[in-house]
Design a protein around this ligand. Structure first.
Ligand SMILES: [Zn+2]
Length: 490
């Protein structure tokens, strides 16, 4: 027992002596003094910690004074402004006036600042219809240096930063109001500046996964603004989602599609996978299917979309590059082909037999070389099925690996072999539609299902091939965090 008692004496002595050393150096309020030992004792406020330490110090000095220690008496008198709040009568008896000093770290205004920041934060979360949040605190250089100086000068391994206290206390108040903390994917990140107490919201976009169908030609994917500042095409896939932006009160729209078709090519059938991102929405509690309806009602006969679920940012990566990447999708096309020299049933038969599981080598077509690397790629044509329309025209259904340029496959330009190699005749692609885009992307980790608990996500992921779940998981841990603004570290 003696051993532990000695250890306690030593450690308690260290605690009180540390408090003495710090207070001799700087005036600190209970809260800021207690925070220097913030990791000790749970469920205790820093204010209680600070007050207890201050009292223990006064008691220690008082016991020395009672034994006639002059040095201790001198310290009590000198430090009176930093000690007297815990034992006013003692100081009165010592004949010292109790004038307290302003705290060097918070100026005695921390409590008030926390309440003010919590009130501003609540208003912001309401403004953005947010239900989840995370608080980040940025300390001014002066405060950061002061904290570092105290902690290192007096070797205080259990100290916490004022930033942590602000984060925690503001968080507690917001949670008490029903808002939830979400470190991975908060609706709004609240960036608090300390000590001025301003709050800057970083609003997470809302992202929706779905499929789009372009029912008409001359629709570009993104709004194509020419050098003259006018739209190259009157309507785009991006424009089509404007009602979504309006419905959610967002500031802008960004689309992330798995590949794209030419402006003059329709996207029919299955539709193309897309993630629509609405920046800085002010309404979040809207049903996905309701949003889908709002978009579709706007463009009958022109454009259609399905919206499947809300997703997080890491999902986009999988959509564009992962197992679902554009190049991995096989597709079915319908091409209207013109043959100037005429086409007969035997030509059609030859074409179908020729393109049965055939690998095609293709150079990046001239028309896209300005945005795509000029290289030769190999892609497989799984099957072609064709039917003549008249003497010069036929319709072909083409099932091929993603990344094959179909207009060039038909014309044979920069493509070996192309349709002319099978037909022995020149061929021109007059019209083209995409009928089907392969997609295994239905439910995978990263999708936020409305109202679903975390456990449900796990279940959804279990229903997928392991590779899918892992890839998504990996992307999630790597990218997911990056998608939100990192809370400021102390
Ligand atoms: Zn303070």
């Amino acid at each position: 027992m003696g051993g532990l008692r000695d250890k306690i004496a030593e450690r308690a002595g260290w605690l009180v002596a540390s408090a003495y050393a710090v207070l001799r150096d700087k005036p600190l309020c209970d809260r800021c003094l207690g925070r220097l030992f913030g990791l000790l004792g749970k469920g205790v406020s820093n204010e209680e910690r600070g007050r207890s330490l201050r009292l223990a110090l006064v008691m220690t000095l008082h016991s020395l004074v009672r034994d006639g220690d002059e040095e201790a008496k001198k310290a009590l008198v000198e430090l009176a402004p930093r000690l007297c709040t815990v034992s006013r009568r003692l100081f009165r008896e010592l004949g010292v006036e109790c004038r307290s000093e302003t705290c060097a770290i918070c100026g005695g205004r921390l409590g008030e600042l926390i309440e003010r920041v919590a009130a501003i934060s609540k208003a912001i979360l309401e403004e953005y219809d947010a239900s989840t949040f995370v608080v980040g605190v940025r300390l001014s250089g002066d405060i950061r240096r002061l904290e570092e100086e105290i902690v290192s000068k007096y070797s205080l391994p259990y100290a916490e930063s004022v930033a942590s206290e602000v984060k925690r206390e503001v968080g507690k108040r917001l949670q008490a109001l029903g808002f939830k903390v979400d470190f991975e994917n908060p609706d709004v990140t609240l960036l608090v500046s300390y000590p001025d107490g301003t709050v800057t919201p970083v609003v997470n976009p809302m992202m929706f996964f779905g499929f789009y169908r372009k029912l008409a030609r001359r629709i570009s994917q993104s709004s194509w603004i020419t050098r003259q500042g006018v739209k190259r095409y009157p309507f785009s896939v991006q424009d089509a989602y404007t009602p979504l932006q309006v419905a959610l009160g967002g500031t802008s729209i960004v689309i992330h599609a798995a590949g794209r078709e030419d402006v003059d090519v329709r996207m029919l059938g299955s539709g193309r996978p897309i993630v629509v991102e609405v920046k800085e929405p002010k309404r979040r509690r809207v049903e996905v299917k309701q949003l889908e309806k709002i978009v579709n009602e706007e463009w009958p006969g022109l454009f259609e979309t399905s919206l499947e679920a809300r997703v997080v940012r890491s999902f986009i990566r999988g959509l564009l590059k992962g197992d679902e990447g554009e190049e991995r999708h096989s597709k079915v096309y319908r091409a209207l082909v013109y043959v100037p020299d005429g086409v007969d049933p035997s030509d059609i038969k030859r074409l179908e037999e020729f393109f049965r599981n055939r690998v095609v080598r293709q150079r990046t077509p001239k028309r896209v070389r300005h945005r795509r690397a000029d290289r030769i790629r190999e892609r497989r044509v799984f099957r072609v099925a064709a039917a003549p329309l008249n003497h010069n025209m036929f319709v072909a259904l083409i099932h091929a690996e993603g990344g094959l340029y179909i207009k060039e496959l038909v014309s044979g330009e920069d493509t070996w072999p192309g349709f002319p190699d099978a037909l022995g005749k020149q061929a021109v692609c007059v019209e083209l539609d995409v009928l089907w885009v392969e997609s295994r992307l239905r439910l995978k980790k990263g999708i936020i299902e409305e109202g679903a608990e975390e456990g449900e996500h796990g279940k959804a992921a279990q229903g997928l091939p392991a590779s899918h779940a892992e890839t998504a998981q990996e992307a999630y841990t790597r990218e997911g965090r990056g998608s939100t603004v990192e809370p400021a570290h102390v």
